[in-house]
Design a protein around this ligand. Structure first.
Ligand code: GLN
Length: 454
Protein backbone atom coordinates (compact mmCIF):
# COMPACT_ATOMS: atom_id res chain seq x y z
CA UNK A 1 0.00 0.00 0.00
CA UNK A 2 2.83 2.40 0.84
CA UNK A 3 4.59 1.62 -2.44
CA UNK A 4 1.37 2.32 -4.35
CA UNK A 5 0.71 5.58 -2.48
CA UNK A 6 4.23 6.73 -3.36
CA UNK A 7 3.82 5.66 -6.97
CA UNK A 8 0.53 7.60 -7.20
CA UNK A 9 2.25 10.71 -5.85
CA UNK A 10 4.92 10.39 -8.52
CA UNK A 11 2.50 9.78 -11.38
CA UNK A 12 0.31 12.89 -11.32
CA UNK A 13 0.84 13.49 -15.03
CA UNK A 14 -1.05 10.28 -15.83
CA UNK A 15 -4.17 11.82 -14.20
CA UNK A 16 -5.35 8.30 -13.33
CA UNK A 17 -6.39 8.87 -9.71
CA UNK A 18 -8.90 11.69 -9.33
CA UNK A 19 -9.66 11.34 -5.61
CA UNK A 20 -7.10 9.80 -3.28
CA UNK A 21 -7.82 8.23 0.10
CA UNK A 22 -4.34 7.74 1.59
CA UNK A 23 -5.43 7.80 5.25
CA UNK A 24 -8.17 5.30 4.65
CA UNK A 25 -5.70 3.16 2.70
CA UNK A 26 -3.18 3.09 5.54
CA UNK A 27 -5.91 2.26 8.04
CA UNK A 28 -7.30 -0.56 5.87
CA UNK A 29 -3.78 -1.90 5.28
CA UNK A 30 -3.20 -1.98 9.05
CA UNK A 31 -6.36 -3.98 9.58
CA UNK A 32 -5.30 -6.31 6.75
CA UNK A 33 -1.93 -6.77 8.38
CA UNK A 34 -3.60 -7.82 11.64
CA UNK A 35 -5.84 -10.24 9.80
CA UNK A 36 -2.91 -11.86 8.04
CA UNK A 37 -0.93 -12.15 11.28
CA UNK A 38 -3.96 -13.67 12.98
CA UNK A 39 -4.17 -16.20 10.14
CA UNK A 40 -7.62 -15.15 8.93
CA UNK A 41 -6.67 -13.47 5.66
CA UNK A 42 -9.31 -13.61 2.92
CA UNK A 43 -8.23 -13.98 -0.76
CA UNK A 44 -7.56 -10.28 -1.29
CA UNK A 45 -6.35 -9.29 2.16
CA UNK A 46 -4.04 -6.30 1.92
CA UNK A 47 -4.27 -5.94 -1.87
CA UNK A 48 -4.33 -2.21 -2.76
CA UNK A 49 -6.95 -1.37 -5.38
CA UNK A 50 -8.10 1.61 -7.40
CA UNK A 51 -11.84 2.07 -7.83
CA UNK A 52 -13.45 3.52 -10.94
CA UNK A 53 -15.28 6.76 -10.11
CA UNK A 54 -18.56 5.08 -11.10
CA UNK A 55 -18.78 2.99 -7.90
CA UNK A 56 -20.45 4.64 -4.91
CA UNK A 57 -18.05 4.64 -1.98
CA UNK A 58 -19.35 5.64 1.42
CA UNK A 59 -18.18 9.12 2.37
CA UNK A 60 -15.71 9.28 -0.53
CA UNK A 61 -16.31 11.59 -3.51
CA UNK A 62 -18.06 9.77 -6.37
CA UNK A 63 -18.62 11.82 -9.49
CA UNK A 64 -18.75 9.53 -12.53
CA UNK A 65 -16.24 12.08 -13.91
CA UNK A 66 -19.13 14.52 -14.34
CA UNK A 67 -19.53 18.09 -13.15
CA UNK A 68 -23.16 17.37 -12.37
CA UNK A 69 -22.08 15.15 -9.47
CA UNK A 70 -19.62 17.70 -8.14
CA UNK A 71 -19.66 17.45 -4.36
CA UNK A 72 -21.59 14.15 -4.20
CA UNK A 73 -20.49 11.89 -1.37
CA UNK A 74 -22.62 8.74 -1.20
CA UNK A 75 -23.88 7.56 2.15
CA UNK A 76 -23.69 3.96 1.05
CA UNK A 77 -21.20 1.54 -0.46
CA UNK A 78 -21.73 -0.30 -3.76
CA UNK A 79 -22.10 -4.07 -3.42
CA UNK A 80 -18.97 -4.63 -5.53
CA UNK A 81 -16.73 -2.44 -3.40
CA UNK A 82 -18.24 -3.74 -0.16
CA UNK A 83 -17.51 -7.29 -1.35
CA UNK A 84 -13.90 -6.30 -2.09
CA UNK A 85 -13.42 -4.69 1.34
CA UNK A 86 -14.99 -7.76 2.96
CA UNK A 87 -12.40 -9.85 1.09
CA UNK A 88 -9.67 -7.73 2.69
CA UNK A 89 -8.76 -5.37 -0.17
CA UNK A 90 -7.45 -1.85 0.46
CA UNK A 91 -8.88 1.28 -1.19
CA UNK A 92 -6.35 3.72 -2.66
CA UNK A 93 -8.86 6.12 -4.22
CA UNK A 94 -11.05 6.77 -7.22
CA UNK A 95 -10.02 6.46 -10.85
CA UNK A 96 -10.59 8.61 -13.90
CA UNK A 97 -13.06 7.58 -16.60
CA UNK A 98 -15.18 9.02 -19.38
CA UNK A 99 -18.14 11.05 -18.09
CA UNK A 100 -20.87 8.59 -17.03
CA UNK A 101 -18.79 5.92 -18.83
CA UNK A 102 -19.66 7.37 -22.25
CA UNK A 103 -16.60 7.32 -24.46
CA UNK A 104 -13.67 5.27 -25.69
CA UNK A 105 -10.70 7.54 -24.98
CA UNK A 106 -11.18 9.08 -21.51
CA UNK A 107 -11.45 12.47 -23.18
CA UNK A 108 -15.03 13.10 -22.07
CA UNK A 109 -13.95 13.18 -18.39
CA UNK A 110 -14.71 16.37 -16.47
CA UNK A 111 -11.29 15.92 -14.80
CA UNK A 112 -9.47 15.92 -18.14
CA UNK A 113 -8.27 12.67 -19.69
CA UNK A 114 -6.05 10.05 -18.09
CA UNK A 115 -2.86 9.28 -20.04
CA UNK A 116 -1.62 5.89 -21.20
CA UNK A 117 1.74 5.01 -19.58
CA UNK A 118 2.74 3.48 -22.95
CA UNK A 119 4.19 6.02 -25.38
CA UNK A 120 5.55 6.17 -28.89
CA UNK A 121 8.41 8.67 -28.89
CA UNK A 122 6.86 11.54 -27.02
CA UNK A 123 3.37 11.20 -28.40
CA UNK A 124 0.77 10.90 -25.62
CA UNK A 125 -1.74 8.12 -26.13
CA UNK A 126 -5.20 7.43 -24.81
CA UNK A 127 -5.47 4.68 -22.19
CA UNK A 128 -8.85 3.90 -23.79
CA UNK A 129 -12.24 4.34 -22.22
CA UNK A 130 -14.33 4.48 -20.41
CA UNK A 131 -12.29 2.69 -17.70
CA UNK A 132 -9.12 4.45 -18.88
CA UNK A 133 -8.00 5.60 -15.44
CA UNK A 134 -8.29 2.02 -14.18
CA UNK A 135 -6.24 0.67 -17.08
CA UNK A 136 -3.57 3.38 -16.80
CA UNK A 137 -3.26 2.87 -13.04
CA UNK A 138 -2.83 -0.91 -13.34
CA UNK A 139 -0.39 -0.61 -16.25
CA UNK A 140 1.70 2.00 -14.41
CA UNK A 141 1.82 -0.06 -11.19
CA UNK A 142 -0.10 2.55 -9.18
CA UNK A 143 -2.29 -0.25 -7.80
CA UNK A 144 -2.28 -4.03 -8.01
CA UNK A 145 -5.65 -4.12 -9.72
CA UNK A 146 -8.69 -1.92 -10.33
CA UNK A 147 -12.41 -2.14 -10.82
CA UNK A 148 -13.88 -1.28 -14.20
CA UNK A 149 -17.32 -1.30 -15.77
CA UNK A 150 -18.23 -2.44 -19.25
CA UNK A 151 -21.41 -1.35 -21.04
CA UNK A 152 -20.00 -1.60 -24.55
CA UNK A 153 -16.34 -2.52 -24.14
CA UNK A 154 -15.19 -0.14 -21.43
CA UNK A 155 -13.18 -2.79 -19.58
CA UNK A 156 -11.87 -4.77 -22.55
CA UNK A 157 -10.81 -1.88 -24.83
CA UNK A 158 -8.73 0.00 -22.20
CA UNK A 159 -7.18 -3.31 -21.12
CA UNK A 160 -6.14 -3.94 -24.74
CA UNK A 161 -4.68 -0.41 -25.04
CA UNK A 162 -2.53 -0.77 -21.92
CA UNK A 163 -1.34 -4.38 -21.99
CA UNK A 164 -3.52 -5.40 -19.05
CA UNK A 165 -6.20 -8.06 -18.55
CA UNK A 166 -9.85 -6.94 -18.49
CA UNK A 167 -12.83 -9.19 -17.84
CA UNK A 168 -16.48 -8.36 -18.38
CA UNK A 169 -18.49 -11.01 -16.55
CA UNK A 170 -21.83 -12.46 -17.66
CA UNK A 171 -24.67 -9.99 -17.16
CA UNK A 172 -26.02 -10.69 -13.67
CA UNK A 173 -22.83 -12.23 -12.27
CA UNK A 174 -21.81 -9.02 -10.46
CA UNK A 175 -24.31 -6.83 -8.65
CA UNK A 176 -25.01 -3.41 -10.15
CA UNK A 177 -26.27 -2.04 -6.84
CA UNK A 178 -24.50 1.20 -5.97
CA UNK A 179 -22.77 1.42 -9.36
CA UNK A 180 -23.92 4.57 -11.12
CA UNK A 181 -26.11 3.43 -14.02
CA UNK A 182 -25.38 4.16 -17.68
CA UNK A 183 -27.42 1.54 -19.59
CA UNK A 184 -28.87 -0.87 -17.06
CA UNK A 185 -29.43 -3.84 -19.38
CA UNK A 186 -25.80 -3.72 -20.55
CA UNK A 187 -23.76 -2.47 -17.56
CA UNK A 188 -21.55 -4.98 -15.80
CA UNK A 189 -18.59 -4.42 -13.48
CA UNK A 190 -15.43 -6.50 -13.66
CA UNK A 191 -11.76 -6.72 -12.73
CA UNK A 192 -8.85 -5.01 -14.50
CA UNK A 193 -5.62 -6.76 -13.56
CA UNK A 194 -2.06 -7.56 -14.55
CA UNK A 195 -2.65 -11.30 -14.99
CA UNK A 196 -5.43 -13.75 -15.74
CA UNK A 197 -4.94 -15.36 -12.33
CA UNK A 198 -5.49 -11.99 -10.63
CA UNK A 199 -8.67 -11.55 -12.69
CA UNK A 200 -9.94 -14.94 -11.50
CA UNK A 201 -9.25 -14.12 -7.86
CA UNK A 202 -10.72 -10.64 -8.06
CA UNK A 203 -13.86 -11.73 -9.92
CA UNK A 204 -14.45 -14.26 -7.15
CA UNK A 205 -14.36 -11.43 -4.63
CA UNK A 206 -16.52 -9.01 -6.66
CA UNK A 207 -19.29 -11.44 -7.64
CA UNK A 208 -22.23 -12.24 -5.40
CA UNK A 209 -25.92 -13.01 -5.46
CA UNK A 210 -27.47 -9.72 -4.39
CA UNK A 211 -31.12 -9.23 -3.43
CA UNK A 212 -30.59 -5.47 -3.89
CA UNK A 213 -30.15 -5.92 -7.68
CA UNK A 214 -33.18 -7.52 -9.34
CA UNK A 215 -31.01 -8.69 -12.27
CA UNK A 216 -28.41 -10.33 -10.03
CA UNK A 217 -28.36 -14.01 -11.05
CA UNK A 218 -29.10 -16.57 -8.39
CA UNK A 219 -26.15 -18.75 -9.40
CA UNK A 220 -23.41 -19.74 -6.96
CA UNK A 221 -19.99 -18.11 -7.36
CA UNK A 222 -17.47 -20.89 -8.03
CA UNK A 223 -13.72 -20.85 -7.32
CA UNK A 224 -12.58 -19.24 -10.58
CA UNK A 225 -8.90 -19.64 -9.75
CA UNK A 226 -9.33 -23.41 -9.47
CA UNK A 227 -10.43 -23.45 -13.12
CA UNK A 228 -6.97 -22.27 -14.27
CA UNK A 229 -5.51 -25.63 -15.22
CA UNK A 230 -4.18 -24.62 -18.63
CA UNK A 231 -5.80 -27.77 -19.99
CA UNK A 232 -8.00 -26.93 -22.98
CA UNK A 233 -7.53 -30.20 -24.87
CA UNK A 234 -10.57 -31.06 -26.95
CA UNK A 235 -12.14 -27.60 -26.57
CA UNK A 236 -13.63 -25.98 -29.65
CA UNK A 237 -12.70 -22.37 -30.40
CA UNK A 238 -14.87 -20.47 -32.89
CA UNK A 239 -13.39 -17.85 -35.23
CA UNK A 240 -16.33 -15.71 -36.40
CA UNK A 241 -15.87 -14.76 -40.03
CA UNK A 242 -17.93 -11.55 -39.70
CA UNK A 243 -15.24 -10.09 -37.43
CA UNK A 244 -12.76 -10.10 -40.30
CA UNK A 245 -13.46 -6.49 -41.22
CA UNK A 246 -12.53 -4.77 -44.46
CA UNK A 247 -9.37 -2.76 -44.06
CA UNK A 248 -8.35 -4.57 -40.89
CA UNK A 249 -4.65 -3.83 -40.26
CA UNK A 250 -2.39 -6.76 -41.13
CA UNK A 251 -0.90 -6.77 -37.65
CA UNK A 252 -4.31 -7.29 -36.05
CA UNK A 253 -4.92 -10.18 -38.40
CA UNK A 254 -1.49 -11.63 -37.57
CA UNK A 255 -2.18 -11.33 -33.84
CA UNK A 256 -5.50 -13.13 -34.30
CA UNK A 257 -3.72 -15.98 -36.13
CA UNK A 258 -1.10 -16.15 -33.43
CA UNK A 259 -3.78 -16.47 -30.74
CA UNK A 260 -5.52 -19.23 -32.67
CA UNK A 261 -2.21 -21.08 -33.00
CA UNK A 262 -1.50 -20.80 -29.28
CA UNK A 263 -4.89 -22.32 -28.51
CA UNK A 264 -4.40 -25.04 -31.14
CA UNK A 265 -0.94 -25.87 -29.75
CA UNK A 266 -2.59 -26.35 -26.36
CA UNK A 267 -4.89 -28.98 -27.85
CA UNK A 268 -7.99 -27.01 -28.82
CA UNK A 269 -9.74 -27.37 -32.16
CA UNK A 270 -10.16 -24.16 -34.19
CA UNK A 271 -13.38 -23.88 -36.21
CA UNK A 272 -14.80 -21.20 -38.50
CA UNK A 273 -18.18 -19.96 -37.33
CA UNK A 274 -20.71 -17.41 -38.49
CA UNK A 275 -22.41 -14.78 -36.35
CA UNK A 276 -24.51 -13.32 -39.16
CA UNK A 277 -26.05 -10.34 -37.34
CA UNK A 278 -22.72 -8.87 -36.23
CA UNK A 279 -22.94 -5.95 -38.64
CA UNK A 280 -26.06 -4.65 -36.91
CA UNK A 281 -24.50 -4.64 -33.45
CA UNK A 282 -23.06 -1.12 -33.46
CA UNK A 283 -26.25 0.60 -34.62
CA UNK A 284 -28.31 -1.47 -32.16
CA UNK A 285 -25.94 -0.63 -29.30
CA UNK A 286 -25.93 3.09 -30.11
CA UNK A 287 -29.75 3.08 -29.93
CA UNK A 288 -30.24 0.89 -26.84
CA UNK A 289 -27.43 2.41 -24.72
CA UNK A 290 -28.44 6.08 -25.20
CA UNK A 291 -32.13 5.17 -24.72
CA UNK A 292 -31.42 3.63 -21.34
CA UNK A 293 -29.02 6.44 -20.46
CA UNK A 294 -31.66 9.08 -21.16
CA UNK A 295 -33.91 7.37 -18.65
CA UNK A 296 -31.18 6.73 -16.03
CA UNK A 297 -29.72 10.23 -16.17
CA UNK A 298 -33.10 11.92 -15.69
CA UNK A 299 -32.40 11.74 -11.95
CA UNK A 300 -29.71 14.44 -12.18
CA UNK A 301 -32.01 17.39 -11.84
CA UNK A 302 -30.28 19.73 -9.40
CA UNK A 303 -32.37 18.49 -6.48
CA UNK A 304 -31.29 15.02 -5.49
CA UNK A 305 -27.57 14.71 -6.13
CA UNK A 306 -24.50 16.86 -6.51
CA UNK A 307 -24.62 20.21 -8.14
CA UNK A 308 -27.33 22.82 -8.69
CA UNK A 309 -26.78 25.78 -11.00
CA UNK A 310 -26.95 29.33 -9.63
CA UNK A 311 -30.43 30.61 -10.30
CA UNK A 312 -31.56 34.11 -11.15
CA UNK A 313 -34.36 36.04 -9.49
CA UNK A 314 -37.67 34.62 -10.69
CA UNK A 315 -36.27 31.30 -11.96
CA UNK A 316 -38.61 28.38 -11.34
CA UNK A 317 -38.15 24.62 -11.32
CA UNK A 318 -37.86 24.38 -15.11
CA UNK A 319 -35.04 26.92 -15.18
CA UNK A 320 -33.34 25.01 -12.37
CA UNK A 321 -33.41 21.77 -14.40
CA UNK A 322 -32.30 23.48 -17.59
CA UNK A 323 -29.45 25.47 -16.12
CA UNK A 324 -28.20 22.61 -13.93
CA UNK A 325 -28.17 20.12 -16.77
CA UNK A 326 -26.78 22.61 -19.30
CA UNK A 327 -23.73 23.33 -17.15
CA UNK A 328 -23.46 19.96 -15.39
CA UNK A 329 -23.34 17.60 -18.39
CA UNK A 330 -20.55 17.58 -20.97
CA UNK A 331 -21.13 17.48 -24.76
CA UNK A 332 -20.94 13.69 -25.21
CA UNK A 333 -23.46 13.06 -22.44
CA UNK A 334 -25.80 15.65 -23.95
CA UNK A 335 -25.45 13.99 -27.35
CA UNK A 336 -26.39 10.61 -25.85
CA UNK A 337 -29.38 12.11 -24.01
CA UNK A 338 -30.66 13.69 -27.19
CA UNK A 339 -30.24 10.45 -29.16
CA UNK A 340 -31.88 8.50 -26.35
CA UNK A 341 -34.92 10.73 -25.93
CA UNK A 342 -35.33 10.86 -29.70
CA UNK A 343 -35.35 7.07 -30.22
CA UNK A 344 -37.79 6.68 -27.31
CA UNK A 345 -40.16 9.42 -28.44
CA UNK A 346 -43.70 8.42 -29.41
CA UNK A 347 -43.28 8.85 -33.16
CA UNK A 348 -39.96 6.99 -33.46
CA UNK A 349 -40.11 4.33 -30.77
CA UNK A 350 -41.03 1.48 -33.12
CA UNK A 351 -38.69 2.54 -35.89
CA UNK A 352 -35.60 2.76 -33.66
CA UNK A 353 -35.84 1.47 -30.12
CA UNK A 354 -38.07 -1.52 -30.79
CA UNK A 355 -36.16 -2.44 -33.90
CA UNK A 356 -32.87 -2.28 -32.00
CA UNK A 357 -34.32 -4.58 -29.35
CA UNK A 358 -35.27 -7.10 -32.03
CA UNK A 359 -31.81 -6.94 -33.57
CA UNK A 360 -30.37 -7.46 -30.11
CA UNK A 361 -32.35 -10.68 -29.76
CA UNK A 362 -30.99 -11.90 -33.11
CA UNK A 363 -27.41 -11.14 -32.06
CA UNK A 364 -27.94 -13.11 -28.88
CA UNK A 365 -29.35 -16.00 -30.90
CA UNK A 366 -26.28 -16.07 -33.16
CA UNK A 367 -24.13 -16.76 -30.11
CA UNK A 368 -26.59 -19.32 -28.70
CA UNK A 369 -26.46 -21.23 -31.96
CA UNK A 370 -22.66 -21.26 -31.97
CA UNK A 371 -22.57 -22.56 -28.41
CA UNK A 372 -25.30 -25.11 -29.16
CA UNK A 373 -23.11 -26.40 -32.00
CA UNK A 374 -20.40 -27.21 -29.47
CA UNK A 375 -18.23 -24.09 -29.49
CA UNK A 376 -16.63 -23.47 -26.08
CA UNK A 377 -15.16 -20.03 -26.66
CA UNK A 378 -14.93 -17.47 -29.45
CA UNK A 379 -11.70 -15.71 -30.37
CA UNK A 380 -11.64 -12.20 -31.90
CA UNK A 381 -9.45 -9.11 -31.80
CA UNK A 382 -10.32 -6.84 -28.87
CA UNK A 383 -9.89 -3.60 -30.80
CA UNK A 384 -9.34 -2.63 -34.44
CA UNK A 385 -6.01 -0.94 -33.59
CA UNK A 386 -3.55 -0.19 -30.79
CA UNK A 387 -4.03 2.90 -28.60
CA UNK A 388 -4.45 6.07 -30.64
CA UNK A 389 -3.09 9.52 -29.87
CA UNK A 390 -4.82 11.84 -27.42
CA UNK A 391 -6.66 14.50 -29.38
CA UNK A 392 -6.49 12.44 -32.56
CA UNK A 393 -10.26 11.96 -32.71
CA UNK A 394 -11.27 15.44 -31.62
CA UNK A 395 -12.99 17.44 -34.29
CA UNK A 396 -13.96 14.28 -36.14
CA UNK A 397 -17.49 12.97 -36.52
CA UNK A 398 -18.32 11.34 -33.15
CA UNK A 399 -19.48 8.26 -35.06
CA UNK A 400 -15.82 7.51 -35.89
CA UNK A 401 -15.18 6.91 -32.21
CA UNK A 402 -18.32 4.74 -31.97
CA UNK A 403 -17.04 2.54 -34.80
CA UNK A 404 -14.03 1.54 -32.70
CA UNK A 405 -16.36 -0.48 -30.43
CA UNK A 406 -17.10 -2.91 -33.25
CA UNK A 407 -15.62 -6.04 -31.57
CA UNK A 408 -16.87 -5.43 -28.04
CA UNK A 409 -20.52 -4.31 -28.09
CA UNK A 410 -21.92 -7.64 -29.35
CA UNK A 411 -20.88 -9.25 -26.06
CA UNK A 412 -22.85 -6.74 -23.97
CA UNK A 413 -25.91 -6.99 -26.22
CA UNK A 414 -25.83 -10.78 -25.72
CA UNK A 415 -25.04 -10.55 -21.99
CA UNK A 416 -22.03 -12.86 -22.36
CA UNK A 417 -18.69 -12.91 -20.51
CA UNK A 418 -15.71 -11.55 -22.47
CA UNK A 419 -12.07 -11.03 -21.64
CA UNK A 420 -9.27 -9.05 -23.25
CA UNK A 421 -5.78 -10.51 -22.89
CA UNK A 422 -2.52 -8.86 -24.03
CA UNK A 423 -1.01 -11.14 -26.67
CA UNK A 424 1.50 -9.06 -28.61
CA UNK A 425 2.81 -5.69 -29.72
CA UNK A 426 2.18 -3.72 -32.88
CA UNK A 427 4.89 -2.38 -35.20
CA UNK A 428 5.42 0.63 -32.92
CA UNK A 429 5.82 -1.53 -29.83
CA UNK A 430 2.34 -0.84 -28.41
CA UNK A 431 0.29 -3.58 -26.76
CA UNK A 432 -2.49 -5.37 -28.63
CA UNK A 433 -5.19 -7.53 -27.07
CA UNK A 434 -7.27 -10.47 -28.17
CA UNK A 435 -10.79 -11.06 -26.93
CA UNK A 436 -12.22 -14.38 -25.84
CA UNK A 437 -15.99 -14.69 -25.47
CA UNK A 438 -17.39 -17.48 -23.30
CA UNK A 439 -20.61 -19.27 -22.47
CA UNK A 440 -22.92 -17.54 -19.99
CA UNK A 441 -21.85 -18.00 -16.35
CA UNK A 442 -18.81 -20.05 -17.39
CA UNK A 443 -16.22 -17.41 -16.54
CA UNK A 444 -13.96 -20.12 -15.07
CA UNK A 445 -13.70 -21.87 -18.42
CA UNK A 446 -13.27 -18.53 -20.20
CA UNK A 447 -10.44 -17.54 -17.84
CA UNK A 448 -8.78 -20.90 -18.42
CA UNK A 449 -8.70 -20.25 -22.19
CA UNK A 450 -7.31 -16.77 -21.52
CA UNK A 451 -4.67 -18.34 -19.27
CA UNK A 452 -3.35 -20.25 -22.29
CA UNK A 453 -3.06 -17.02 -24.31
CA UNK A 454 -1.24 -15.10 -21.61
N1 GLN B 1 -17.44 3.32 -26.09
C1 GLN B 1 -18.63 2.85 -25.42
C2 GLN B 1 -19.61 4.00 -25.30
O1 GLN B 1 -19.16 5.10 -25.39
C3 GLN B 1 -18.19 2.34 -24.10
C4 GLN B 1 -19.23 2.32 -23.05
C5 GLN B 1 -18.90 1.51 -21.85
O2 GLN B 1 -18.59 0.33 -21.97
N2 GLN B 1 -19.08 2.13 -20.70
O3 GLN B 1 -20.77 3.83 -25.13
Amino acid sequence: TEACLNAIDGAGTLNAFVHQTPELAVEMARVADHRIKAGDGAPMTGIPLGIKDLFCTNGVATQAASNILDGFRPEYESTVTQNLWDAGAVMLGKLNMDEFAMGSSNETSAYGNAVNPWKVDDRQLTPGGSSGGSAAAVAADLCLAATGTDTGGSIRQPAAFTGTVGLKPTYGRVSRWGTIAFASSLDQAGPMTKTVRDAAIMLGAMASVDPKDSTSADIPVPDFEAALTGDIRGKKIGIPREYRMDGMPAEIDALWQKGAEMLRDAGAEIVDISLPHTKYALPAYYVVAPAEASSNLARYDGVRYGRRAKLAQGDGVVEMYEKTRAEGFGPEVKRRLMIGTYVLSAGFYDAYYNRARKVRALIKRDFEQAYAAGVDAILTPATPSAAFGLGEMSGKDPVEMYLLDVFTVTVNLAGLPGISVPVGLDGQGLPLGLQLIGRPFEEGDLLNHAYVLE
